[in-house]
Design a protein around this ligand. Structure first.
Ligand SMILES: *Cc1c(COP(=O)(O)O)cnc(C)c1O
Length: 457
């Protein structure tokens, strides 16, 4: 006679008698531990129903203990980015400068003058702290900062174009990423999208013919994550600004990444500069804080005072407002540019401006320390993160040769990802590459130690 496997499962009480779970009851209280134990037993019953064997009480207790301890670990963990992709949206975009981190820490640990005018002893504005710095940096009359660039665009279009038309080139009615689509944002703002031109070619006359008394603005969207090549034509921002001014509509420019330094200096294609759009006379220019600007997540709008004021007064402004920590970090980041020290202090620009030879020397040091046949290879580091698609910098990486190792490159990459510290590498042609360009100074020893550990296994 066979006994039902369900009958061999322990009772909740018996599970809770386990010494490890008794300790955890002391930490979490018995309700949480009991709840977890019930769930573990339910899982065990499902496993049996699916044809599995009944787990031992010991094993179930261990699972409960693991699940409870995992709840208390920080879900957001630091990751060593050895992919060579500088602005990696999945890995949190721009790392912050030491000064930006310190500014956040100071504001986080106590009270601040966030919305308090210390001179006057009365209520102040959170925008006042950052507006002067940003206008100084970009040459704009006025500035406003919100939660991110997507919300900046939504706010801008809502304040300027609700119930009216916005003219966009068909080649620029794009998806930015994560399902964020320009036509959807326009619809959400209550504006009507008027697409002009074709996917690959749009001329000034296309815009001109589309302008009606219903038109509120012409919108340009920088193609930050793709490139149309070949038989193409786009209208220059300056021409759009001239047309908009002549016809009495606004010119809105979403430059995307918020680049303030010429990328050509580093052999990259030119990325539109915020200050160029401002100087050309755009009504509003929109950009992110955590792409090429190299600061915290933020959406920055600069431009004419009258239009920026419309955004500040709009009811949505409160819904998309920036928090004090980001504000502190953004101010510190902008100050690096004002002090002319962005290429040494802002991590994104430090990575971009590091010469390939310097990366190569670091890679050589890593390869020697790792041993096991690790060697260096000439590669390209990507800018990434919705900036400069197709653009890359000459670099060097350490190669851990997949074929020379017991597992495949994928297996090795998975072990590095899931270990402590988590290391994210790049796989190219079945080889695992570690690009030092995106690894922060001070992370070398931890990375080398972890790679050696994995290779030993
Ligand atoms: C990245 C990007 C956005 C969205 O910016 P977030 O700061 O991620 O919200 C909008 N427009 C363009 C052109 C972009 O490149």
């Amino acid at each position: 006679m066979t006994t039902s496997p369900y009958r061999s499962l322990p009772s909740v009480d018996r599970l809770l008698a386990d010494a490890r779970l008794q300790d955890l009851v002391g930490v979490y209280g018995s309700a949480r531990v009991t709840e977890r134990a019930r769930r573990a037993l339910d899982d065990a019953r499902s496993a049996i129903a699916g044809g599995g064997v009944a787990p031992q009480a010991e094993a179930i207790a261990e699972l409960v203990a693991q699940a409870l301890t995992a709840d208390l670990r920080s879900p957001l963990r630091p990751v060593i980015n050895a992919t060579g992709v500088i602005i990696h949206t999945n890995l949190g975009r721009a790392p912050l400068s030491a000064a930006a981190i310190e500014a956040m820490r100071l504001v986080a640990q106590g009270y601040s003058n966030l919305e308090y005018d210390l001179e006057a002893g009365e209520r102040g504005s959170r925008h006042s702290h950052i507006e002067r710095l940003i206008t100084e940096l970009t040459g704009a009359e006025a500035a406003m900062v919100v939660n991110n660039n997507a919300s900046a665009l939504l706010l801008g279009l809502s304040a300027i174009a609700t119930g009216k038309e916005v003219v966009v080139s068909r080649g620029q009615a794009v998806e930015i990423g994560g399902g964020f689509r320009i036509p959807d944002v326009l619809r959400q703002s209550g504006a009507r999208l008027v697409e002009v031109g074709t996917t690959n070619r749009t001329y000034l006359a296309d815009y001109e013919n589309a302008l009606t008394p219903e038109t509120a603005a012409v919108l340009r969207v920088h193609s930050s994550n793709f490139r149309i090549v070949g038989f193409t034509h786009e209208v220059a921002v300056a021409e759009l600004i001239e047309l908009a001014a002549r016809r009495g509509v606004f010119m809105l420019d979403d430059v995307g990444s918020g680049c303030l330094l010429p990328t050509q200096t580093y052999g990259l294609a030119p990325e539109p500069l915020v200050q160029d759009s401002v100087a050309a006379g755009a009504s509003l220019v929109f950009f992110s804080g955590d792409k090429l600007l190299g600061g915290p997540q933020a959406g920055i709008v600069v431009g004419k005072r009258a239009q920026v004021d419309l955004l500040k007064r709009h009811p949505l402004a409160r819904a998309v407002r920036i928090d004090k920590l980001s504000l502190a970090a953004l101010a510190a980041t902008v100050q690096h540019y004002l002090r002319n020290e962005a290429t040494t202090e802002v991590p994104v620009w430090r990575m971009i401006s590091t010469p390939a030879e310097a990366v190569g020397l670091r890679a050589e040091r890593w390869a020697t320390a790792i041993g096991d046949g690790a060697h260096i290879l000439e590669v390209r580091s990507m800018i990434g993160g919705g900036s400069l698609p197709e653009e890359s910098l000459p670099s060097y990486a350490v190669v851990l040769d997949g074929t020379a190792l017991p597992g495949s490159a994928e297996l090795l990459a998975a072990q590095l990802r899931t270990g402590n510290p988590a290391v994210v590498a790049r796989i190219e042609r079945d080889r695992l590459l570690l690009d030092p360009r995106t690894v922060q100074p001070g992370e070398d020893e931890a990375l080398i130690g972890r790679v050696r550990e994995v290779l030993r296994q």
